[in-house]
Design a protein around this ligand. Sequence first.
Ligand code: FES
Length: 159
Amino acid sequence: MPVNCSEVSDTSILVNQIIDEIGNTRADLIPILQRISNECGYISDTAINEIARRTKLQPSKIYAVATFYRMLMTKPHGRHIVQFCESAPCHVAGGMQLFQALKDFLKIEPGQTSPDKRWTFLTTSCLAVCGIGPVVLVDSDTYGNVTPDQLINIFSQYE
Ligand code: FES
């Protein structure tokens, strides 16, 4: 039966299975968080509290690790994650206009998920591909030299 990560009991069972497989030391924390993020889509407060109980780490420490790494999500998110690079080289290469176009197209602000759960919109710092700025990342796909009129073609590839 699939795990329902919005259920406290299912989340606790899943966390315990993962920790039984991986281990419960401080060094195991990131792999544990990655597995939970992959399987549930995000790391809930319930999951953090259960990890804390098993690893004897403070929940606040676990939360700090979970929020430090961008690949780990601590909130439910949409089917696709759109990240916009807001660092200066992309900004001067047309990023400001693109940022506005992204907000208009997605109809959400950074940090939000669209009501149909299709998109979560995030800003990010430099993605280390400044030469092709402005840059947008959709899930793990990088798009460079993006102009506002390309957005419809880019986003139409994602259901
Ligand atoms: S500044 Fe945007 S990728 Fe580096």
